[in-house]
Design a binder for this molecule. Structure first.
Ligand code: AMP
Length: 185
């Protein structure tokens, strides 16, 4: 695994979720750190974001958080790691994209979905070819994949679009799926 790889994480900011989701985020953070992969994320200490970043940092990994100023207190900036403050959500998303080679999407809410779908739509427009892996242990993202299949069945999007992303259930498989796609690029 190349030590210069950076992976952008999109995931939920809620603290109210089942602890199994926080545990998966923690294991992903540890796995990225142990693989020498930098974690790029939204910069917060809350929810799955905080669990992944704290675990990566405590395991000795490199972490970059990118946070819009107006969310500093709400998402509680994790200032023990390198972080950058931007002014808008658009700047945050652009910087997370620019700083990363690939994306992992953990369970999350509307913000997670929005970020992942925007990156997929940019890929659909050939603006980038950075791969994405959806990681869950309980088929959390299954309805999203059903919707994608429905869209493809209706010929709104070509079948090849489905190759842009993987659906995996362990942190190790997420890294492997992204690495295979990066190597084939
Ligand atoms: P959620 O999945 O709703 O908990 O949100 C996950 C993260 O996505 C949070 O840090 C949100 O601030 C962030 N987020 C929501 N919408 C956007 C957006 N348009 N651009 C960048 N980040 C966003």
């Amino acid at each position: 695994m190349s030590s210069s790889l950076s992976i952008c994480l999109y995931c939920g900011s809620s603290n109210e979720v089942d602890p199994s989701y926080l545990d998966l985020a923690k294991r992903l953070g540890e796995t990225l750190a142990n693989a020498g992969i930098r974690l790029v994320y939204g910069g917060g200490s809350v929810g799955l974001m905080g669990a992944a970043a704290t675990a990566a940092h405590e395991a000795g990994g490199s972490v970059l958080g990118i946070m819009p100023r107006f969310l500093l207190s709400q998402e509680r900036i994790f200032d023990a790691v390198e972080h950058r403050i931007v002014e808008t959500m658009h700047e945050r998303k652009q910087m997370m994209f620019d700083e990363s080679d690939a994306f992992i999407v953990l369970p999350g809410g509307i913000g997670t979905l929005e970020e992942a779908v925007e990156m997929l739509s940019w890929a659909r427009l050939d603006l980038h070819s950075k791969p994405m892996a959806f990681l869950d242990e309980d088929e959390f993202w299954k309805p999203f994949f059903e919707l994608m299949g429905h869209i493809v069945d209706g010929k709104f999007t070509p079948m090849a679009f489905l190759d842009l992303f993987a659906h995996v259930s362990t942190p190790e498989d997420a890294i492997e799926a992204l690495q295979v796609r990066l190597d084939n690029d």
